[in-house]
Structures are given as C-alpha cells and as structure tokens.
Design a protein around this ligand. Structure first.
Ligand code: C2E
Ligand code: MG
Ligand code: MG
Length: 954
C-alpha cells in the first residue's frame, strides 16, 4: 500500500513536473525571447556594426524558441499528451535552449569583440553575463520542476564561460570570473533547493491528492455505508415492525395460551383439590414406589405427599403391621413383584399413631419392568383406610345376627306399610312364616273385625303418618290364632329430603310381662292381708279422682281401731292379722257405695265416698259403719268387741289437694282419738290455721329452717320447794315473715313425718346450748333446760352427735340439759331407743317422760327405760278438782316418787292446782300460772327477777 503510494507520488511528481514545466516553459521561452531581443536591441543600439553570426543566432534562436512555444502550447494541452513524449520534448527543448544560449554567449563574448572593436570586452562580458544570468535566473524560476531540465539548460549555457576561463585568455578581471563562478554555484544550489521545494510541493500535492482521493473514496464509502446503513435501518425498521407485529401476535397468542394454561391450571388445581378431597373422603392414600431408585412417594395420614427411602419405609411398615397379617402381605407382594399375579391386593391391620389397629386395603400394580430381566422397576398403588367399612361390615353382620337372633320381633316395612323383611322372632310371634307375611300390609295379618282393633290400627297408622313414629301397646289377635299383648315401636326411616322410605318396627311380647305386672301391681297396690288397696294405691286413686272429677264432692273417711296395739299384743300376731282381715271384710260389706277403700297401714283404714243427694249422707254412712262394728269379731273362737275412731274431711270444702285432704282427715281422726276414740270427728277448720293461711307446710318449713326463722322460747320451771326457777323447757316457734309466730303443734306433727324434725331438733339443741352458756356466763349455773325430742331423732342416730357438738361448742355439761320424750316415742323400735337413751344418760343428761298419762302407758316402760323425770300431762292437771282425775294425778306422783323420779306437773294455771300439787309433794311446776313460754330476752329477765341472789352466786 505504502509502496503503491510512493509509486503514485513518484508518478504524480513526474507527471506534475512535466505538466508544470510544460506550462512554465512557455514563460521561460517568452523570457528567453525577450532577453535575446533585449540583448540584440542593446547591441544594435550601441553598435551599428553588423554581426551576421550574431543576427543569425538571434533570429534562429527567436524562431526556434517561438516554435518551441507554439508546439508546447498547441500540442501539449494539459491532460492530452503522452508523458514520455512530453518529457523528451522538454529535455530537447531545454537542451536546445541551453545550447542556443551557450551559442549566444559565445557569440557575444568571443565573436562580437572580434568583429566589432567598439564592442569592448566589458560590453561583451556584460551582455554575455546578462544573457547567462537572465537565462539561469529564468531557468531557476521555471525549470527547476525537474533538475534534469534545469541542468539541460544550465550546463550547456555555462560551457562557453567555463571554456573561455580556462582556454581563452581575457583581460577581464579575475574577480569577475570568481564572482560569476560563485554566482553559478549559488544558482545551481538555488536550483537544487528550488527543485526540492517544488518536489516537496508536488509530493505534498500528490499526497493531498491521494488524501483527497482517499477522502473522496472514504466519503463515497461512507455514503455507501450510510446508504447501506439507511437501507439496513429501513430494513431493520421493517423487521422491527414485522417483529412488533409478530410480537403482538405472539403476545396475543401467549396471552391466550396463558389464559388457557391458567384455566387448565385452575381446572387441574380444582381437579387436584377434588382428587385430594375425593381421596380424603374415600380415605385413599396413593403411593408410588420407585423400586430401582429405592424411593417411595407416599401420602401420609394428613394427606401430605412425602418421599421416603423405600427400604426404611418397608422396615417401618413391618413394625406397624399386625403380626397375623405380616406374612400374608409379604407373600402377596412377592408374588406380584415376581409377576405371578395380575395385581397386588391385600387387607391388613396397621397400628395407628394412637397404638390402635386399623384395617387398611392396599391395592397396586407394577407399572414398569426391566425389559431384559423383567424385574419390577416401579410400582404404584393406593392405600385405603377400611376401618369404618370393616366396622360397618361387622356392624351389618352384627345387625343381621341381631335381627336373626333378637328376642324381639323386628320387621321392616316399605313406605306403603307393607312388610319387606321380618326376623324369625316376629314369625314366631305372629305364627306366620316370612313368606306369608312379606308383601302384606302391616295389619293384614291381624284380625280386624272388632271395631276396637280397627280404631287402634287406625290410630297407629295416623300417628305414623303424622309423627313418623309410633310407640305403644297393642292387644293383637293374629289371623294365625295367636293373641298377644305387644309393645310396638315403629320408626320411620327418611331419605335426605325427609321423605319416608321405610319403617322399622320392634315388637316386644308383653303378654307374659303383663300377667306378671298384673300380679306385681296387685302386690304393689294391694294389701295382701286384707285384699284392700294399700296406701300407695289409695293415694293414686284418690289423686286420679281429684284430677278427673273436679266438680264432684267427696268425703274422705279415715278409720282407726281403738286401742289396737294392746289388743294386737293380746291376740298375738296371727290374731291381729285375722282381726284386720275381718275389719276389712266388714268395711267392704257395709260400704257398697264407697268409691274405694284402703288399708293404709297397721290399723288405719280409709274410705272415699262420693257426696251426692243420691247417696246416703256421710253421717249415715259413718253411723252404719259404727253400727256394723257394734257386732263382735270372732277371733280364735273368741268374740271381741272393738270400737273405731273416724275422721272425716270433705272435698272440695276442706281442700282440693290430696295431701291436704289426707291431712285434714287425719287431723280429724287424731282429734277423735284424743277424745277417747269410738267417735266420729269431722274436720274443723279451726285446727288448720296454717293450711288456711296458705302455708304449705313442708316446703315453707324447709325454707324457714334455711332462713333461720325458727326460734326457741323458754317456759320457766319452778321448784315447788323454794319457788325458784330451776330450769326451762325449750319450746320451738316458727317466726313466719308474714304470719308471725306459728306454734309448734301446727308444724311439729308434719315435721315428724319427714326428716325435718331432726333439723328442727338440732336447731333447738344448738340454740338452747348457746342460751345456757349465756345464762352460765351471767352466773346462773344451776339452770337445767329441757328440750323436746321425738322417736325419729333417736332412730336417726344423729342426736348424740348434735348433743356432743352443742355441749363442747358452748362448754356446757350434760347436767345442764334435759331431754323430753313422749311415751309413743318409746314404743317405736324400743330396743334402739333404749340404747340411745342409755348413751344419752352416759353424758349425764336427764331424760323426762313427757305428756305422761296420755299415751298407751305401759308402766313397764318406766322401769325399762332410763327415765329420771315424769311430766304429768296438762290434761290431768287441768282436771284437778274433779275427784277421779285428782286421784289419777296423785297416783302418778306417788308412782314417780316411788320409782325415784322427779315429778313435773305441766300446765298449772291456777293457784288451786298449784296448791294441790304441792300438797302431793310434786317437785317442779310448769304452767301459765308462772309464765308462758318466753323469748330469750324475756326469759333472761324472768330468770333475773325470779332467782335469789344467793342462788346466782352458787
Ligand atoms: P309439751 O312438750 O308438752 O310442751 C308443753 C306445752 O304446753 C307447750 O305448748 C306449753 O306452752 C303448753 N303449756 C305450758 N303451760 C301451760 C298452761 O298453763 N296452760 C296451757 N294451756 N298450756 C300450757 P307448746 O309450746 O305449744 O308446745 C306444744 C308441743 O309441741 C309441746 O308439748 C311439744 O310436744 C311440742 N314441741 C314444742 N317444741 C318442740 C321441739 O322443739 N321439739 C319437739 N319435738 N317438739 C316440740
Ligand atoms: Mg315437753
Ligand atoms: Mg308436755
């Protein structure tokens, strides 16, 4: 490339030197013409001597130079000539001119002085030097493009001078020759320099040309490139547009695909969820065993996928499988892996996380085998928890066997109430085989000719239709001839829309049980001795009567044999029973109009009448009974006359409630008994203050105990000897929030029938003990307070504990207390009572026999029981003044004294009574004459006022 450039530059320089020299040679030739002409003219001007050679030279030179000028101008037009030709031409031209100038110099310098004497040497020197210098100067100016051309002109032109210097002797100043030579050398140096400058210029120009060419080339290339680039850009734009379009299409496609994929994904997810759900619901747990890689993908009990090492998994599984199932499972799996079975299927038990055995069903298949060895590579399967199925199978089996073996008739009906299945027991019950029953309507196998049966069947069907259930007793006569009492329970089975699809019936044969029940019911409800309803049945019947016949009027008569106990003891047990039987029989015979009668217990009977103008009056009925009892009873071949007491209450006059009415009748009876028996008492409202006031005793009394409404009043006991207060009797009162103070005889009898009496007793003992403590603290140390107790308290066995607690809590002694017990209490369960009383005695507590003389006093009791005090009942004291009664009192006191007992007379109201008793040496007096029972505060005041100071001190 660089060589090419040099070559180009060289060629360019060469061409440029030629071209420039051709162009400049015209000026050079013109200058030569002018110089020659000038010299010729000068010569002609100064000398008129003809010089033919000089003129010839002049004209020849002028002509040749002109010719050269013309040829150069005409022939060598820029760009139209051959370089070599031009170069030769210029060489010829330069050399020719040099030669012509040399000739001219020679003529001027050597010839002219010779021919023209006027023409001196100096002239010749001047003109020739002028020609030479001017020629050299113009050569220097115009021909130094190529040193060759300058030299071709310069060298011939100096020859004449050089020749003349050395070969021709002139008188010229040698300085001139030296100067000329120096000038020529300078000119040559200048020419060389000029040539170099020109050459450099030319080279530079050529380089520029090259550069320009290059630049042009570059521009062209750049243009081409730009064009190409533009084309490329356009093309790119097109492509971009195309791409954009494609992109959009692609995006659209991608979006569509994405949407499709999303939908598919969603569907897949849904399906996956459904599948998982289905698996969960069906209890399916898929597994995938990559036998080759020893990996197993299992679904755990939480339905999470897990990948495990299959060896490890199988080892773990072995531990979890029931030992009885492990071998079979192994064998099944081995056979399948060997390809000996179509698929692997096994049921086995596995131990769950709670340690319980659960049945699972495993099913699977080898899905990939080694093509060469046929060894299993991959196996997939599903494990399913079949515990519930197993259980339900078991249940179904059980249910079937229950159905088959049940000792109850079971049948299944369709929605039309037609039999679709029956169990063997039902066949046995009905007397039909299942073939005879199936397809028939529920009651098609029973006899329906009686309207009663038809209506019973109708009501069963109606109830089934309305309630989807029937539960009840039926007396059925089957067409097979069997007659049974059945308990039938039919239940409708409904589908999801609550539509009845089936009915299931369970039939129990009640025939035998009914008979037994009747027997039992008799035993339960009747007294076997008298064949009369017992208390329970009496209450039941009376209640039924009161409920069903509210508008009727009834009389309730309670009867009691007077003094039955001693008679019973006398007649002994069998005799007593016989007596009761006969009494019952007589009652039955004398009361045909009675609604019912009952033997309540012991010698207690009850009769219920309807009161209406159609029936004899109750009074007549009672009179009739009384009259009937006027005849003797023959027992053990002995005639016995007995009397009875009767208490009568009326419904609704005396009350509407069963208990209330019973209470009323009982109260009337008690009154009759109190009056000595053999009498009829009608219930009187005066005695029922509480009931009248609407106080429902038991309930309200319980509340009263809880609310601390019970309080103790104290009635003073006075010592006959010193007239001092020696003690008190604690008497309970019910301080009712609305009704005020309620006396004990209104609630104690009821409390005695319930456990309430024990609670009341406990409260009284506690309050009393507390009061004694207070009095003791006040200095009344010898005050003994008596508390009333009843047999129940003794029987219950808590009394001792209550007493101990009260004494220890209040730090009082046994001698500060006294217990009053009635004769009737001693009679009941006497052994127990005796033991209890002995225990009480061990505590130094005195025991007094209350209301002495009113009960069935058997004097033997007085000796048998540890009794310290006799309390003569106020009914005797009140009758002091009447001869016989006074005698009884004095006998009682004498007897008590004789037995070493302290005798207390209660109910002393008059001085006369007091005096009488004092005369009989009675020990202690109690009665309104001294004081009524007093509340705590007043009792304390009474004590303070009526006790000697000396006594207080002791
Ligand atoms: P009771 O043990 O024979 O008590 C004597 C009763 O005679 C008391 O009646 C007393 O107020 C009354 N009384 C005393 N002096 C006279 C008098 O001069 N004239 C008249 N007309 N009556 C007099 P109260 O307090 O109504 O008690 C009646 C019965 O209630 C008591 O007879 C007793 O059997 C029983 N009772 C009282 N408090 C209790 C108790 O805390 N527990 C038990 N189980 N029964 C109690
Ligand atoms: Mg008493
Ligand atoms: Mg009494």
């Amino acid at each position: 490339m660089i060589e090419d450039q040099y070559e180009y530059i060289r060629e360019h320089n060469h061409a440029a030197q030629i071209a420039n020299t051709i162009r400049l040679s015209r000026y050079f030739l013109t200058s030569i013409l002018v110089v020659c002409l000038y010299i010729f003219c000068i010569y002609k001007f100064f000398s008129s001597t003809p010089a033919p050679y000089f003129s010839t030279w002049f004209f020849t030179t002028e002509i040749i130079v002109c010719l050269f000028w013309l040829v150069s101008t005409a022939h060598f037009k820029p760009g139209l000539y051959n370089l070599n030709h031009a170069h030769r031409w210029l060489q010829i031209q330069c050399f020719t001119v040099g030669c012509l100038v040399a000739i001219g110099i020679y003529i001027l310098y050597n010839y002219l002085p010779t021919i023209n004497p006027d023409f001196e040497e100096i002239h010749a020197l001047t003109l020739s030097a002028l020609l030479l210098i001017v020629t050299q100067s113009f050569s220097l100016t115009y021909l130094t493009q190529k040193l060759n051309y300058f030299c071709l002109t310069f060298l011939p032109s100096i020859i004449p001078f050089l020749f003349s210097q050395y070969f021709i002797q002139h008188d010229t100043n040698p300085l001139f020759s030296l100067a000329l030579n120096f000038a020529l050398i300078v000119i040559l140096l200048c020419a060389t320099t000029s040539y170099r400058i020109n050459l450099r210029l030319s080279t530079t120009y050529a380089r520029n040309q090259l550069l320009m060419k290059d630049a042009a080339q570059q521009v062209t290339w750049t243009d081409d490139l730009c064009k190409q680039l533009q084309d490329e850009i356009n093309h790119s734009k097109d492509i971009e547009l195309q791409l954009q379009l494609n992109n959009q299409l692609l995006e659209q496609k991608v979006r569509e695909r994405t949407y499709d994929i999303e939908q598919m994904n969603k569907d897949l997810e849904n399906q996956q969820e459904n599948l998982v759900l289905a698996h969960e619901i069906a209890g399916l747990r898929p597994w995938d065993w990559n036998i080759k890689d020893r990996k197993i993908r299992i679904t755990n009990h939480l339905y999470e996928k897990q990948v495990r090492d299959s060896k490890q998994h199988l080892e773990q599984l072995q531990h979890q499988i029931h030992p009885d199932d492990a071998e079979q499972l192994k064998l099944t799996l081995k056979l399948h892996l060997r390809g000996e079975s179509e698929r692997y299927e096994a049921n086995y038990r596995i131990q769950n996380s709670e340690g319980k055995w659960t049945w699972v069903h495993d099913i699977g298949r080898v899905v990939e085998r080694d093509p060469n060895t046929k060894k299993a590579i991959r196996m997939v399967g599903i494990r399913r928890d079949i515990q519930k199925e197993k259980m339900s199978q078991e249940r179904i089996k059980l249910a079937t066997s229950v159905l088959q073996q049940a000792a109850e008739g079971i049948f299944i009906l369709d929605e039309e109430l037609c039999y679709i299945d029956v169990n063997p027991y039902y066949e046995k019950l009905t007397g039909f085989s299942s073939n005879q029953i199936l397809g028939k309507h529920l009651f098609d196998i029973t006899a329906n000719y009686k309207s009663q049966q038809r209506s019973a069947h109708y009501s069963v069907i109606k109830q089934l239709m309305n309630m989807n259930e029937f539960d009840g007793e039926l007396n059925e006569k089957f067409l097979s001839g069997k007659e049974l009492t059945l308990w039938m329970h039919i239940n409708a089975i409904t589908d999801e829309d609550h539509k009845v699809t089936h009915y299931i019936g369970i039939v129990s044969d009640l025939t035998e049980r009914k008979l037994q029940e009747q027997r039992l019911s008799y035993l339960e409800n009747y007294d076997t001795l008298t064949d009369l309803p017992n208390r329970f049945y009496y209450n039941y019947q009376l209640h039924k009567l009161l409920v069903t016949q509210r508008d009727s009027q009834f009389a309730i008569i309670r009867l009691n044999i007077d003094r039955f106990r001693p008679l019973n003891e006398y007649l002994n047990h069998n005799g007593g029973d016989e007596l009761l039987r006969q009494v019952a029989q007589r009652l039955r015979l004398t009361n045909p109009e009675a609604l019912f009668m009952a033997h309540l217990n012991g010698d207690d009977f009850a009769i219920v009448y309807e009161v209406s103008h159609l029936c004899p009056s109750v009074h007549d009925q009672c009179a009739r009974i009384n009259k009937a009892f006027g005849l003797p009873f023959n027992i053990a071949k002995q005639d016995h006359l007995i009397t009875i007491s009767m208490g009568v209450a009326f419904y609704p006059e005396h009350g509407r409630q069963l208990d209330y009415l019973n209470n009323c009748a009982e109260q009337a009876l008690t009154e009759a008994k109190t009056l000595g028996g053999n009498t009829i008492r009608y219930y009187s409202k005066e005695n029922t203050a509480l009931l009248e006031q609407g106080i429902f005793l038991e309930r309200d009394l319980r509340k009263a105990i809880q609310n601390n409404e019970l309080m103790v009043y104290y009635q003073p006991k006075i010592n006959f000897r010193d007239k001092n207060v020696c003690g008190f009797e604690a008497l309970v009162r019910w301080n009712h929030a609305e009704k005020g103070i309620i006396p004990p005889n209104l609630f104690i009898p009821l409390a005695e029938q319930t456990s309430l009496i024990s609670d009341i007793g406990r409260i009284v003992i506690q309050q009393t003990a507390k009061q004694i403590r207070q009095w003791k603290d006040m200095g009344f140390n010898n005050i003994c307070v008596s508390v009333n107790i009843v047999a129940q308290q003794l029987r219950r066995g808590q009394l001792l504990e209550v007493l101990d607690d009260a004494m220890s809590l209040n730090q009082i002694e046994g001698q500060d207390l006294e217990l009053e017990i009635t004769e009737s209490s001693l009679l009941e369960n006497s052994e127990d009572v005796k033991n209890q009383l002995n225990e009480i005695k061990l505590r130094n507590i005195n025991i007094s026999l209350d209301d002495f003389g009113t009960g069935y006093s058997s004097l033997s009791y007085l000796a048998d029981f540890p009794i310290d005090i006799l309390k003569i009942d106020r009914s005797f004291v009140s009758k002091i003044g009447q001869n016989k009664q006074a005698a009884i009192v004095s006998a009682m006191i004498a007897m008590g004294k004789a037995m070493g007992m302290t005798v207390v007379a209660e109910g002393i109201e008059t001085e006369q009574q007091l005096q009488y008793l004092q005369d009989l040496d009675c020990d202690i007096a109690q009665g309104y004459l001294f004081s009524k029972p007093l509340p705590e505060q007043e009792a304390t005041e009474y004590l303070e006022q009526n006790t000697c100071a000396s006594l207080i001190a002791t």
